[in-house]
Design a protein around this ligand. Sequence first.
Ligand code: SF4
Length: 452
Amino acid sequence: MPTQLIAKYDTRIPRYTSYPTAPHFHAGITPEIYRGWLSGMSDTQELSLYLHVPYCEVICWFCGCHTRGANSYSPVASYLDVLRREIRLVADALGGGRAPQPVRHLHFGGGSPSILSGADFTTLMDDLRAAFTFRDDAEIAIELDPRTTRPDLIKAMAATGVTRASFGVQDLTPKVQKAINRIQPLGVVERAINGVREVGIDRINIDLMYGLPYQTEENVRDTIANILPLSPDRLAVFGYAHVPWMRKHQNLIPDESLPDAPARWDQATAARDMLLDAGYTAIGFDHYAHPDDDLAIALANGTLNRNFQGYTSDTALSLIGMGASGISELPQGYAVNDGDIKAYSETIMAGEFATKRGIAVSVADKARRAIIERLMCDLRVDIAATAELHGVDISDLRADYPRLAEMEIDGLLVREGDVLKITEAGRPFVRSACAAFDRYLVEGEQRHSRAV
Ligand code: SF4
């Protein structure tokens, strides 16, 4: 266990699901600007769509998502009316009628989209298919809570063409589940996964976590040993980010119950070793994919990308986020919807986009974003080639090389001229290399999750 390295690099660093990162978004990106970005899109531009469902039946205390508890279905039903209105607004801005841009990916996230009734999910999918032009091979993915994945929704998912289901599992240890307010025995997970497979949805993702309250390395091992027989196509192993100043419910998790940095390291390492031994391919610093899965194929092809949902095989240049707090990533920049459900709903129902913040990306930002994305995805980047591709001055990028010196000395990164390679030992610390090229990063910033 590289204790010194953990101490040195266990700082709070962005997860780089965007660049510039979200804390640098500002109110200067207005609904009018966002509408202009959409209206300027060519008919052939491929699209990805993201729909945010910000409701869960019960809130897990570790949760860092934008969601709230729903005691009844009525707020969810009202919210869906708003979402359907936003779908129409976006399609109209893109060209009206059925927007011509081909859709490659559709992702339902949250919150828990499994809170939706089968009938409502069908209506939503009907609206989406009426508003957008889906490619025949489009991936349609949905995040599900195994506890609330009901037969009527599974049936509707199959009937409407869902291709991938992603289940939150985290850890199967009763003591850990109690401490995070998420009681979910293995049988519940098995039932949900078998249910979607039985209707033909056979691409399965599972999310696990380390660093949870009272969690031990043995708990992580036992959880993975129980999950592997379910043969998921992908697994994500996320480190718990304890940020109670941002997520009030995390105050219900006592500080003293949390594993320290070396224990977190051991848990992440145990997970990685078990998944690699089981034949999974490591994707970046926190994902694992079966060699036949699209993510592993994208990694091999050099087409792996990163967006707000994490690692993706999606190559569409435009991602349109809908719903409260939905984030859009367009060639011109990022635009974020109001996260306040009431304010978001009132604005959309008045016929206006609910853009609250965002940032336009400059050519220099795009070059740095490309460097960060290649490092995060391929663990390798050719800075000279990137500078040339984006038409930026390479000396500006080379000026950041000294910030990588410590990583080179520590054997985490190798620099050969303008080519940077993260070593296998450096994989868990790849975000630290990305940070060297992050012009916006404020040293010592406390807003981000730990690097390890
Ligand atoms: S079900 Fe998922 S989104 Fe909802 S509170 Fe739990 S972790 Fe968060």
